[in-house]
Design a binder for this molecule. Structure first.
Ligand code: FAD
Length: 623
């Protein structure tokens, strides 16, 4: 006799449940639908789907699968089944689930508490007291101020308010540290006006732009929350849940390719800031850290400048017990400052290339064929189509390559923005580099993506760049060249992809571009070293085999994409996150070379926050 209740209590995870597009309610629907219950009933071999109680099921993941290997595009679900609830609500299911264990491949029996650790607990026990979600689901109001303990708390300066700095500040403040968040750029409200002036009047504010300011490089971005560091890890779940606390839609916890968009990121960041302030964090915008105060190989504070109306005069010296450095990888002046103190920095491989832009309709039809009409500028049932392509290129097989440079390169699409636009990410008017952003609906007429090739010390060396900042000099060279090729004023050099493959200038009638500051026909072969250009050419040809139509007269290549990831790593100890060369300094996030992307930078900042809280005696648990 089986004690069904005992044997089958807990959560069973059912995966690979496919629902066809015509039956599915669409990409924005994340509850348990009738057609999904029919799929569940097939797996359970339960004859009457309508008898299955929806309350016993929770959608954990929903993805759209349009791979060519599939007979037809479909939505694919992962669903958790609460066996106890199911048996309570529909006892007749027990004989069907009693055989589940024998049906492997689709079903996984989860331990009762899948991701219980301190990170999750921290998020679940946030000091948020009152959460009111407004009509647009984006406003959070907080309760009364936190009472401050009277004893002296350890003081920490967090430099940089990108994802890494924000999450480090959050963890440290939650543990009771006296945190000051120093940001050279402006709060999102002013930053929005500065970016508007850039896009409309060509006025580049050196300290408040697409890279610098509240939320860091990820604010005026596509807001993709995909990461390669393990979607189901407790750390990633904590980050996503925190973003939901601050106003992100709950669908990011379920969507196979979660995405926010700039319009959602801005109010979310404002909520994040208000919450930090509620916790007692002092947030100072327009405050650039120019130098470290170092005594006996220990950082004891920072020297700051008022980068714009921050209420502090230049060269003020502020003392702290520890400094978290979360400056991103566009802060080239900060790298130079670190070198002057003998902080250990090492070169890091990264990737450079061009940004390709197609009409979004073309990408929709390449990916979805007849189903492309369901996209309807982001308002339809299926998501606006994206792509991800990669190819390993060995140039030696085809041509003579100097032994000084890399023969093998990975070429890949990067930071693909469906329904987005190409934007200027320069932080200096003499340099030109670009990236992509989008709004939540992804409704623009264009699809853009970086197409990049890996570069390493061999490439830097071949151009005479040595030392820890060789990669930075390598980036800067091509950013300056791109600015010259565009003719100045942030005009971007472009070439039709068909002409790039044939190494000829494009005529005057270019395809339209989403880039707002103007484009200028140029031969992009004159930009990079020949071997990088050849690798890009070859990879585009093979991407066209995977995505027939990718090579098109309507596709325009834009130069130059250089800031794909950090060209530098700031060495730190793996257990404490402290710099290997200077005590009291905690390099984190993308600029330190330990992350790439919004979520991984946030995770790194959060882990560093825990490590530092432990060093300061504020946290006794394990990391
Ligand atoms: P950052 O976000 O770069 O933040 C560093 C902060 O430090 C900045 O605000 C800067 O102003 C500040 N700072 C620098 N120096 C100093 C100083 N000396 N004193 C005080 N403050 C300083 N990633 C994704 O995962 N998904 C995307 O869709 C995506 N789209 C992107 C689109 C664009 C246009 C760009 C530019 C990037 C995009 N990225 C995207 C990458 C992502 O933004 C970064 O990986 C991420 O923001 C890195 O986080 P971070 O906290 O390490 O650094």
């Amino acid at each position: 006799q089986i004690d069904v209740k005992n044997k089958f209590e807990g959560i069973w995870r059912l995966s690979k449940l496919a629902v066809s597009v015509d039956k599915d309610p669409g990409k924005d629907f994340i509850a348990v639908s009738e057609p999904l219950l029919q799929e569940v009933s097939k797996v359970l071999e339960f004859p009457v789907a309508s008898m299955l109680p929806p309350e016993a099921f929770t959608v954990i993941r929903k993805s759209f699968d349009a791979r060519k290997s599939q007979k037809e595009p479909k939505f694919v679900y992962t669903v958790d089944m609460d066996v106890q609830k199911l048996l309570d609500l529909e006892p007749r299911t027990w004989e069907f689930i009693s055989e589940l264990e024998t049906r492997v491949g689709v079903i996984e029996h989860l331990p009762n508490n899948i991701c219980s650790n301190d990170l999750i607990n921290l998020v679940n026990n946030f000091k948020i007291r009152e959460t009111i979600v407004g009509t647009e689901g984006l406003q959070i109001n907080f309760g009364s101020s936190t009472s401050q303990p009277s004893t002296r708390r350890p003081s920490v300066a967090v430099v940089g308010s990108g994802p890494a700095g924000l999450f480090a500040s959050l963890v440290l403040a939650e543990f009771g540290a006296d945190v000051t968040l120093l940001e050279r750029g402006q709060a999102v409200e002013q930053r929005g006006r500065d970016i508007g002036a850039l896009v409309v009047r060509r006025l580049l504010q050196m300290e408040s732009n697409f890279c610098f300011g509240e939320g860091g490089a990820g604010t005026w971005s596509d807001g993709k929350l995909v990461t390669r560091i393990g979607r189901n890890s407790a750390s990633v779940i904590s980050i996503l849940e925190t973003l939901v606390h601050f106003g992100a839609p709950k669908s990011i916890l379920i969507d196979g390719k979660p995405h926010l968009g700039t319009d959602r990121l801005i109010p979310l960041l404002r909520n994040f800031r208000h919450y930090l302030e509620e916790l007692g964090v002092t947030v100072r915008f327009g405050t650039r850290v120019d130098d470290l105060l170092v005594e006996d190989s220990t950082v004891v504070g920072v020297k700051v400048s008022d980068s714009k109306d921050a209420g502090c005069s230049n060269n003020q010296k502020w003392r702290y017990d520890a400094i978290v450095l979360a400056v991103g990888h566009s802060a080239r002046d900060t790298y130079n400052m670190l070198l002057s103190h003998g902080v250990d920095l090492v070169q890091k491989d990264f990737a450079v290339g061009l940004r390709i832009e197609h009409p979004q309709e073309l990408i929709n039809s390449i990916q979805y064929s007849a189903l492309a009409s369901e996209v309807m500028n982001g308002r339809g049932k299926v998501p606006v189509a994206d792509y991800k392509v990669a190819e390993y290129i060995n140039l030696k097989e085809d041509q003579e390559v100097s032994s000084l440079v890399s023969e093998n390169r990975s070429c890949y699409s990067f930071c693909m923005c469906p329904g987005g636009q190409v934007v200027l990410t320069s932080t200096n008017p003499s340099e030109l580099c670009i990236n992509g952003m989008s709004f939540s609906r992804r409704s623009s007429r264009w699809a853009n993506s970086a197409l990049v090739a890996t570069v390493s010390f061999k490439d830097f060396d071949a151009l005479g760049f040595n030392g820890p900042l060789a990669g930075v000099e390598f980036q800067r060279l091509f950013e300056r060249k791109a600015a010259e090729m565009g003719g100045g004023n942030f005009v971007v050099p472009v070439q039709r992809v068909t002409d790039f493959l044939e190494n000829k200038m494009s005529g005057a009638s270019l395809p339209a571009s989403s880039y707002r500051l103007g484009v200028q026909a140029a031969n992009l072969h004159e930009l990079f070293p020949t071997n990088v250009t050849q690798a890009l050419q070859q990879s585009i040809s093979s991407f066209d085999k995977e995505l027939p139509g990718f090579i098109s007269d309507a596709a325009l290549l834009h130069g130059v994409e250089t800031r794909t990831s950090s060209p530098v790593q700031i060495s730190r100890r793996p257990d404490t996150y402290e710099s290997t060369s200077v005590k009291g300094l905690y390099p984190v996030g993308e600029g330190a070379g330990y992350a790439g992307g919004i979520v991984s930078a946030a995770v790194d900042g959060m882990h560093a926050g825990f490590a530092l809280a432990r060093s300061l005696g504020l946290y006794k648990g394990n990391l």
